[in-house]
Design a protein around this ligand. Structure first.
Ligand code: GDP
Ligand code: MG
Length: 301
């Protein structure tokens, strides 16, 4: 299966609910009027797109129906696709790794796919002939380090680790020294995602960022928040919580191979103006692609 097919078969569940629901609305209203639009708005909200974003999309649709004399179901779907694409297609979708070295800090709650995504990104960078160092700064569980080690080996990247319970910032510090020594191109830092202890998380991330800023003041820094595409509304809360703690330069949306809830990202991007940089569609090392708004929207509707 190609990448788009995987995306489509995963988001197919979204597609079914989306496409089908839109068709249902179309079939149950004789003409395109306010009631029709209200019902359609309801469909968007129920698909996790978020209240304000759904209202905005429908308001655009309302204007365009008047201006462009839109009548058919296919035309309506086209407008929805275009409006969603407009929202998702914002600046900054490419990783900014212009300096040598550059740093990627990967954050997100437990289980969303941080470690897996790091392996996939490291592999992509290696295929671009970049030398990568990985900091195993999720020192909370020994198993997390072992898992990252396997991914690092697969991606041919050197990983820096310390024993369980070490200060994550100390691991990052050591990894920075290794990055300098090796004259590596990119340092990727894994982190633990203990959102239930916000104070701790904040201190931990703050400290990591301080070390990076102090040791590599000139480096480009990407702070990527990983979101599990199957979590729906909860993802919005996660973005909010992490935004209170740190700046976020991009999103990685994972598990789109098995979700009915891809719609949530549309609201997140509109409300936060943070671009989606990558999407994951499986557990294998090459199951990740640079985000493409057009393909994503096509797969949804
Ligand atoms: P972390 O706790 O954030 O580091 O998450 P992990 O990288 O350990 O991933 C948690 C689980 O999600 C693992 O079983 C991964 O194999 C799985 N996973 C990660 N990304 C994807 C994806 O894109 N698709 C699927 N189906 N599973 C994924
Ligand atoms: Mg992990």
């Amino acid at each position: 299966m190609g990448f788009f097919d995987k995306l489509k078969s995963g988001l197919g569940k979204t597609k079914n609910s989306f496409g089908e629901k839109i068709s249902n609305v179309f079939n149950s209203f004789k003409k395109i009027d306010e009631n029709f639009l209200e019902e359609l708005e309801e469909v968007l909200i129920m698909s996790d797109i978020g209240m304000q974003t759904s209202v905005n999309i429908i308001s655009q649709l309302r204007q365009r129906i008047k201006k462009e004399h839109i009548e058919s179901e296919e035309e309506i779907k086209n407008v929805l696709r275009e409006e969603m694409e407009k929202i998702l297609d914002i600046e900054g979708k490419e990783l900014k790794l212009d300096t040598k070295p550059s740093v990627i800090l990967v954050i997100g709650v437990n289980g969303v796919g941080k470690t897996t995504s790091i392996g996939k990104i490291a592999n992509r960078l290696r295929m671009d002939h970049k030398k990568v160092v990985i900091a195993a700064a999720d020192t909370f569980r020994a198993a997390a380090v072992e898992q990252l080690e396997i991914w690092s080996e697969r991606a041919g990247a050197k990983m820096i680790k310390r024993e369980e319970g070490t200060d994550p910032a100390a691991v990052v510090y050591e990894a920075i020294q290794e990055t300098k020594k090796q004259e590596a191109d990119v340092l990727i830092c894994d982190t633990a995602g203990r959102l239930h202890n916000k104070k701790y998380l904040m201190d931990e991330l703050e400290k990591i960022k301080k070390v990076i800023d102090k040791e590599l003041p000139e480096a480009n820094k990407e702070i990527l928040l990983v979101i599990d595409g199957t979590t729906g509304q909860n993802a919005i809360e996660q973005v909010k919580a992490f935004k209170q703690v740190t700046e976020i330069t991009g999103l990685i949306l994972t598990k789109l191979d098995g979700t009915a809830k891809g719609g949530v990202v549309i609201g997140i991007v509109e409300e936060n103006k943070i671009p989606v940089k990558f999407i994951g569609v499986g557990e294998k090392i090459d199951d990740m692609e640079i985000f493409n708004a057009e393909d994503f929207v096509k797969a949804i509707i």
